[in-house]
Ligand binder design. Structure first.
Ligand SMILES: Cc1cc2nc3c(=O)[nH]c(=O)nc-3n(C[C@H](O)[C@H](O)[C@H](O)COP(=O)(O)OP(=O)(O)OC[C@H]3O[C@@H](n4cnc5c(N)ncnc54)[C@H](O)[C@@H]3O)c2cc1C
Length: 606
């Protein structure tokens, strides 16, 4: 197997888009009805598949083995990147796809599907355009017409790169401590920027001619904490009124990180205004008289996109890991069956434990796809529905499941990559096969865009209590209703029993966390948030998978063909519900026991 062979199987993606989600409803909305219908989905997916197979996946070896280089202050990418990056742009799958004001733009649901395939082909390369794509809506939503006209066309065409600058040498999860400063100039809306940012993805490279940095900074007199922050557009080269590139804007790349994985992605240290000559445009209004800025709210547009994006990256990586492991297991001959003829050597896919690993990969990957695409679908309804009530409901559902997409999918991606290496045995540990690279690349997913703990806190501390708990109520009601409506489904009695138990468990977990909080034990939220997020995500994935299984059963009953796919879907759902969902009961038990030894132990005793 050549390392860069693209083995993505599009069948489940097509099932989700054409059979499971109500795409007829979405595509008949005014934003899309003139441009697409469900009949176009096959050709969209097939076109992206070919792009990934022929042009993107082939660069993944260079991405890892050559990687990005830093010399004389310049960041260079592998030579093969240039054509591949251009191919993404020309296919309309670059930053332009994030332009919601463009006629004929794809809904997020289709965007997520394309994005999964591209990440599976070469995550690090696709990130070059994805990070710009995440910056586009921030300028679109908060920039003046002047700023939009100045920056968006070249960003959408991928000629200029966009970046997201929160992290500083002393500022990671604690964005409130941001030290970068902004000073007003004589020109209205223009500030001098001074500060150092750290770990900035794609802050410089040779695929774009200018870089448009979105930088969080604090103006003089603004409040401390996140409330005082403002967001600035800081170009590497100043852009003249006629659109041409002007003077260097004192944005210096001081180094690149050497990393465990994603070697083909430049992670830059950036000095803004070292020589006192860096200027930026403030986005929206400066802080009001009380010193309150709007920067963090604006940055959240990008972060929310990016968090769902990490769910998609995780899915893409896991899909790739599964495809490679499955292919290898079908070929590698080793040992004989535990209960069969001892003289007959078999392919490892015939061993029970290898099947367990492959089913874990298949079922969890499909569960992640269901979660991520359902969340993208709700995001679309929240933006495009003509019914205000539906928009509000969908927004709530999208908000509550975004931290699940980010955290559950990225934690699972890391575990699945490890499982894929295990399927390969020793060869999986060697760079001849791509799964060790996928494992290294996967680890970043639980760290960036807010560590997974931050997502747990977002779910439990924010989303569960938003609108007086309405989001949580809506989400739980959806699962409750599904169980009530479908629990009699013949052949799925055990699965519904397990799901119903998990539903009760998550309700009990929510009550328990509430009880800890009303007893004044706020530290219990910190101690258990990650586990609450996992329990909630597993319950949700279980429900989504069972919903898909019922549909697959209907299709099988109607005898329309493709029986092996539908049987495989039912097997995945059964496996997920009967092997993964029972973990929720254990998590409930742990949360109810409420052990505090991790808090109580002294540092010396660790
Ligand atoms: C490859 C790479 C690319 C990146 N790209 C970007 C980028 O483009 N733009 C950008 O702005 N940043 C970027 N980052 C930064 C990334 O978002 C941060 O690394 C991340 O937010 C965590 O911050 P930190 O590394 O400082 O870890 P810390 O904040 O120091 O966290 C260390 C550990 O402590 C935990 N922790 C921290 N605070 C708390 C708390 N209050 N309560 C409980 N636990 C806590 C964390 O969950 C984590 O487990 C990138 C990082 C990497 C490695």
């Amino acid at each position: 197997m050549a390392a860069a062979t693209y083995m993505y199987n599009t069948r489940d993606l097509k099932f989700v888009l054409k059979e499971w989600l109500d795409m007829d409803k979405l595509l008949s909305m005014p934003a899309y009805s003139e441009y697409y219908d469900t009949g176009d989905i096959d050709s969209i997916i097939d076109t992206t598949f070919k792009l990934c197979r022929d042009k993107i996946a082939p660069v993944s070896d260079d991405a890892d083995k050559i990687g990005v280089q830093f010399k004389d202050g310049k960041v260079t990418t592998p030579e093969s990147y240039k054509k591949a990056y251009q191919a993404i742009i020309e296919a309309g799958l670059g930053p332009a796809s994030a332009d919601r004001e463009a006629e004929g733009h794809f809904p997020n649901t289709i965007g997520a599907a394309n994005s999964e395939m591209l990440h599976a082909a070469c995550m690090v390369l696709y990130i070059f355009s994805a990070v710009t794509a995440a910056a586009v809506p921030v300028i679109q939503d908060h920039g003046s017409d002047f700023l939009k006209e100045k920056f968006l066309p070249n960003m959408c065409e991928g000629v200029w790169g966009g970046t997201m600058n929160l992290t500083e040498p002393g500022v990671g999860s604690d964005v409130a401590a941001t030290a970068t400063k902004a000073f007003p100039t004589d020109e209205p809306g223009i500030y001098k920027i001074q500060g150092n940012k750290q770990f900035i993805t794609c802050a410089d490279h040779d695929l774009c001619e200018n870089f448009i940095h979105l930088v969080l900074a604090r103006t003089e007199g603004a409040l401390s904490g996140t409330a005082g922050l403002s967001l600035f557009i800081v170009p590497k080269y100043w852009v003249n009124d006629d659109g041409s590139l002007g003077d260097f804007n004192d944005v210096v790349i001081t180094g690149l990180e050497e990393k465990m994985g994603i070697h083909g992605s430049p992670t830059c240290s950036v000095a803004f205004g070292e020589s006192g000559n860096c200027r930026g445009y403030i986005l929206g209004n400066p802080p009001d008289e009380s010193g309150k800025g709007v920067g963090i709210r604006q940055m959240f547009v990008m972060m929310n996109e990016a968090r769902l994006g990490v769910g998609i990256e995780s899915l893409g990586n896991s899909t790739a890991a599964y495809s490679y492991a499955l292919d290898y297991a079908k070929q590698r001959v080793q040992g004989s069956k535990l209960t069969g003829n001892k003289n007959e050597r078999v392919r490892i896919i015939e061993h029970e434990d290898v099947r367990r690993m492959l089913m874990t990969l298949k079922a969890c990957t499909e569960a992640m796809r269901a979660l991520v695409l359902k969340t993208s679908y709700y995001l679309d309804l929240s933006l495009d529905s003509t019914d205000a009530e539906e928009r509000e409901y969908a927004d709530g559902m999208h908000q509550i499941s975004t931290p699940m997409c980010k955290s559950y999918c990225s934690d699972t991606a890391w575990q699945l990559a490890a499982e894929a290496v295990q399927v390969f045995g020793g060869y999986g540990y060697c760079s001849e096969y791509p799964v060790e690279r996928i494992a290294r690349d996967s680890k970043i997913l639980s760290i960036w865009e807010g560590t997974n703990y931050i997502q747990g806190l977002d779910l439990v501390g924010r989303k569960f209590t938003m609108k007086k708990g309405q989001l949580l109520k809506d989400w739980l009601s959806l699962i409750d209703k599904f169980i009530a409506d479908s629990k009699g489904a013949a052949g799925f009695e055990r699965e519904f029993d397990v799901l119903n138990k998990a539903f009760e468990d998550v309700n009990a977990i929510v009550r328990q966390i509430g009880a800890y909080s009303s007893e004044g034990k706020g530290e219990m939220t910190g101690l258990y948030a990650t586990r609450v997020l996992h329990a909630s995500s597993i319950l949700y994935c279980g429900q989504l998978m069972l919903d898909q299984a019922l549909l697959a059963q209907k299709k099988l009953n109607s005898g329309g063909g493709d029986a092996e796919f539908y049987k495989g879907k039912i097997a995945s759902a059964r496996f997920y519900v009967l092997n993964i969902v029972p973990q929720v009961a254990a998590l409930r038990r742990v949360i109810e026991i409420g052990d505090t030894s991790a808090i109580d132990i002294s540092e010396e005793a660790f």
